[in-house]
Design a protein. Structure first.
Length: 195
Protein backbone atom coordinates (compact mmCIF):
# COMPACT_ATOMS: atom_id res chain seq x y z
CA UNK A 1 0.00 0.00 0.00
CA UNK A 2 1.39 3.41 -0.99
CA UNK A 3 2.09 6.33 1.26
CA UNK A 4 -0.69 8.79 1.92
CA UNK A 5 -0.14 12.23 0.50
CA UNK A 6 -1.26 15.47 2.06
CA UNK A 7 -3.97 15.64 -0.62
CA UNK A 8 -5.33 12.28 0.64
CA UNK A 9 -5.98 13.98 3.97
CA UNK A 10 -6.84 17.51 2.88
CA UNK A 11 -9.33 16.78 0.11
CA UNK A 12 -11.72 14.73 2.32
CA UNK A 13 -11.37 17.36 5.06
CA UNK A 14 -12.35 20.11 2.60
CA UNK A 15 -15.27 18.04 1.28
CA UNK A 16 -16.57 17.42 4.82
CA UNK A 17 -16.36 21.14 5.60
CA UNK A 18 -18.18 21.90 2.34
CA UNK A 19 -20.89 19.45 3.44
CA UNK A 20 -21.17 21.03 6.91
CA UNK A 21 -21.28 24.52 5.40
CA UNK A 22 -24.20 23.54 3.16
CA UNK A 23 -26.05 22.03 6.13
CA UNK A 24 -25.52 25.03 8.40
CA UNK A 25 -25.46 27.95 5.97
CA UNK A 26 -27.23 26.66 2.87
CA UNK A 27 -25.98 25.82 -0.59
CA UNK A 28 -25.93 29.44 -1.75
CA UNK A 29 -23.56 30.35 1.11
CA UNK A 30 -21.21 27.40 0.66
CA UNK A 31 -18.56 29.52 -1.03
CA UNK A 32 -14.86 28.77 -0.97
CA UNK A 33 -14.24 31.75 1.39
CA UNK A 34 -16.94 30.51 3.80
CA UNK A 35 -15.54 26.97 3.76
CA UNK A 36 -12.06 28.38 4.40
CA UNK A 37 -13.42 30.45 7.29
CA UNK A 38 -14.98 27.34 8.82
CA UNK A 39 -11.66 25.50 8.46
CA UNK A 40 -9.65 28.50 9.73
CA UNK A 41 -7.45 28.47 6.62
CA UNK A 42 -6.89 30.79 3.68
CA UNK A 43 -9.18 30.26 0.64
CA UNK A 44 -6.18 29.55 -1.61
CA UNK A 45 -5.54 26.34 0.36
CA UNK A 46 -8.92 25.11 -0.90
CA UNK A 47 -8.29 26.31 -4.47
CA UNK A 48 -4.95 24.49 -4.38
CA UNK A 49 -6.91 21.20 -4.23
CA UNK A 50 -10.12 22.28 -5.99
CA UNK A 51 -9.56 24.89 -8.72
CA UNK A 52 -13.19 26.09 -8.64
CA UNK A 53 -16.42 25.67 -6.72
CA UNK A 54 -17.68 23.53 -9.61
CA UNK A 55 -14.74 21.14 -9.21
CA UNK A 56 -15.48 21.00 -5.47
CA UNK A 57 -19.16 20.23 -6.22
CA UNK A 58 -18.26 17.51 -8.73
CA UNK A 59 -15.89 15.91 -6.24
CA UNK A 60 -18.58 16.01 -3.59
CA UNK A 61 -21.10 14.35 -5.91
CA UNK A 62 -18.48 11.61 -6.46
CA UNK A 63 -18.24 11.34 -2.69
CA UNK A 64 -22.04 10.98 -2.44
CA UNK A 65 -21.96 8.21 -5.05
CA UNK A 66 -19.23 6.35 -3.19
CA UNK A 67 -21.06 6.70 0.14
CA UNK A 68 -24.32 5.30 -1.25
CA UNK A 69 -22.75 2.46 -3.21
CA UNK A 70 -20.40 1.43 -0.38
CA UNK A 71 -23.14 1.59 2.23
CA UNK A 72 -25.53 -0.22 -0.04
CA UNK A 73 -23.18 -3.10 -0.76
CA UNK A 74 -22.12 -3.33 2.91
CA UNK A 75 -25.70 -3.37 4.18
CA UNK A 76 -26.88 -5.83 1.54
CA UNK A 77 -24.05 -8.24 2.40
CA UNK A 78 -24.91 -8.25 6.11
CA UNK A 79 -25.86 -11.71 7.15
CA UNK A 80 -29.55 -12.08 7.81
CA UNK A 81 -30.39 -15.79 7.69
CA UNK A 82 -33.56 -16.88 5.91
CA UNK A 83 -34.18 -13.47 4.33
CA UNK A 84 -34.04 -13.29 0.55
CA UNK A 85 -31.85 -10.59 -0.95
CA UNK A 86 -34.79 -8.66 -2.40
CA UNK A 87 -36.47 -8.48 1.02
CA UNK A 88 -33.25 -7.27 2.63
CA UNK A 89 -32.88 -4.76 -0.23
CA UNK A 90 -36.29 -3.23 0.48
CA UNK A 91 -35.56 -3.02 4.22
CA UNK A 92 -32.25 -1.32 3.52
CA UNK A 93 -33.69 1.29 1.18
CA UNK A 94 -36.41 2.31 3.62
CA UNK A 95 -34.22 2.02 6.71
CA UNK A 96 -32.79 4.72 8.94
CA UNK A 97 -29.19 3.87 8.07
CA UNK A 98 -29.82 4.51 4.36
CA UNK A 99 -31.76 7.72 5.01
CA UNK A 100 -29.01 9.15 7.24
CA UNK A 101 -26.11 8.71 4.80
CA UNK A 102 -26.34 12.20 3.29
CA UNK A 103 -28.41 15.06 4.69
CA UNK A 104 -31.47 15.63 2.47
CA UNK A 105 -30.85 19.38 2.29
CA UNK A 106 -27.39 18.76 0.83
CA UNK A 107 -28.50 16.04 -1.58
CA UNK A 108 -31.41 18.06 -2.97
CA UNK A 109 -29.40 21.31 -3.11
CA UNK A 110 -26.81 19.60 -5.28
CA UNK A 111 -29.45 17.68 -7.23
CA UNK A 112 -31.15 20.99 -8.10
CA UNK A 113 -27.94 21.96 -9.89
CA UNK A 114 -28.56 19.19 -12.44
CA UNK A 115 -31.01 21.58 -14.13
CA UNK A 116 -28.29 24.21 -14.58
CA UNK A 117 -25.00 22.36 -14.83
CA UNK A 118 -24.51 19.55 -17.34
CA UNK A 119 -21.40 18.24 -15.56
CA UNK A 120 -23.25 17.84 -12.27
CA UNK A 121 -26.16 16.27 -14.16
CA UNK A 122 -23.77 13.70 -15.67
CA UNK A 123 -22.36 12.92 -12.21
CA UNK A 124 -25.85 12.34 -10.82
CA UNK A 125 -26.63 10.15 -13.84
CA UNK A 126 -23.60 8.05 -12.90
CA UNK A 127 -24.96 7.73 -9.35
CA UNK A 128 -28.34 6.49 -10.56
CA UNK A 129 -26.82 4.17 -13.18
CA UNK A 130 -24.63 2.57 -10.52
CA UNK A 131 -27.55 2.43 -8.08
CA UNK A 132 -29.70 0.79 -10.79
CA UNK A 133 -26.95 -1.71 -11.63
CA UNK A 134 -26.44 -2.81 -8.02
CA UNK A 135 -30.19 -3.14 -7.34
CA UNK A 136 -30.67 -5.06 -10.59
CA UNK A 137 -27.91 -7.50 -9.58
CA UNK A 138 -29.56 -8.12 -6.20
CA UNK A 139 -32.93 -8.71 -7.88
CA UNK A 140 -31.43 -11.06 -10.46
CA UNK A 141 -29.80 -13.09 -7.65
CA UNK A 142 -33.25 -13.33 -6.07
CA UNK A 143 -34.66 -14.56 -9.40
CA UNK A 144 -36.97 -11.57 -9.79
CA UNK A 145 -38.45 -11.39 -13.27
CA UNK A 146 -37.64 -8.31 -15.32
CA UNK A 147 -35.10 -7.20 -12.72
CA UNK A 148 -34.15 -4.05 -14.66
CA UNK A 149 -37.69 -2.67 -14.68
CA UNK A 150 -38.23 -3.75 -11.08
CA UNK A 151 -35.03 -1.90 -10.17
CA UNK A 152 -36.25 1.30 -11.83
CA UNK A 153 -39.59 1.01 -10.02
CA UNK A 154 -37.79 0.65 -6.68
CA UNK A 155 -35.56 3.65 -7.38
CA UNK A 156 -38.54 5.81 -8.33
CA UNK A 157 -40.50 4.81 -5.22
CA UNK A 158 -37.52 5.30 -2.90
CA UNK A 159 -36.56 8.68 -4.35
CA UNK A 160 -40.17 9.89 -4.29
CA UNK A 161 -40.59 8.64 -0.74
CA UNK A 162 -37.52 10.54 0.50
CA UNK A 163 -38.44 13.68 -1.44
CA UNK A 164 -41.86 13.83 0.23
CA UNK A 165 -40.39 12.84 3.58
CA UNK A 166 -37.99 15.80 3.36
CA UNK A 167 -40.99 18.15 3.08
CA UNK A 168 -41.91 17.15 6.64
CA UNK A 169 -45.63 17.05 5.93
CA UNK A 170 -47.59 15.86 8.96
CA UNK A 171 -47.79 12.22 7.99
CA UNK A 172 -46.74 8.95 9.60
CA UNK A 173 -43.79 8.09 7.37
CA UNK A 174 -42.69 5.14 9.50
CA UNK A 175 -46.03 3.41 8.94
CA UNK A 176 -46.01 4.34 5.26
CA UNK A 177 -42.46 3.04 4.75
CA UNK A 178 -43.56 -0.29 6.27
CA UNK A 179 -46.51 -0.30 3.85
CA UNK A 180 -44.19 0.39 0.90
CA UNK A 181 -41.83 -2.35 2.07
CA UNK A 182 -44.75 -4.81 2.20
CA UNK A 183 -46.05 -3.81 -1.26
CA UNK A 184 -42.59 -4.06 -2.82
CA UNK A 185 -41.84 -7.38 -1.16
CA UNK A 186 -45.15 -8.77 -2.46
CA UNK A 187 -44.53 -7.44 -5.96
CA UNK A 188 -40.99 -8.78 -6.07
CA UNK A 189 -41.94 -12.14 -4.58
CA UNK A 190 -44.79 -12.60 -7.06
CA UNK A 191 -42.37 -11.73 -9.87
CA UNK A 192 -39.91 -14.47 -8.96
CA UNK A 193 -38.91 -16.71 -11.83
CA UNK A 194 -39.95 -20.31 -11.61
CA UNK A 195 -36.94 -22.52 -10.80
Amino acid sequence: MGRKTLADTRKPEILMNYYKTIIEEGYENASIPNIAKRMKVYPNLITHYFKSKEQLELSFVDYIRDEYINAFTDIIKENEPNVKNHKRLVRVLFGKKWNSLIDDSVFFALFSQTFRNIKIKKEFQKIFKEYHKVITEVLEKSNVENAQNASMLIIMLVEGYYLFRSLKINFNYETFSKYLEKILEMALSSGNKKN
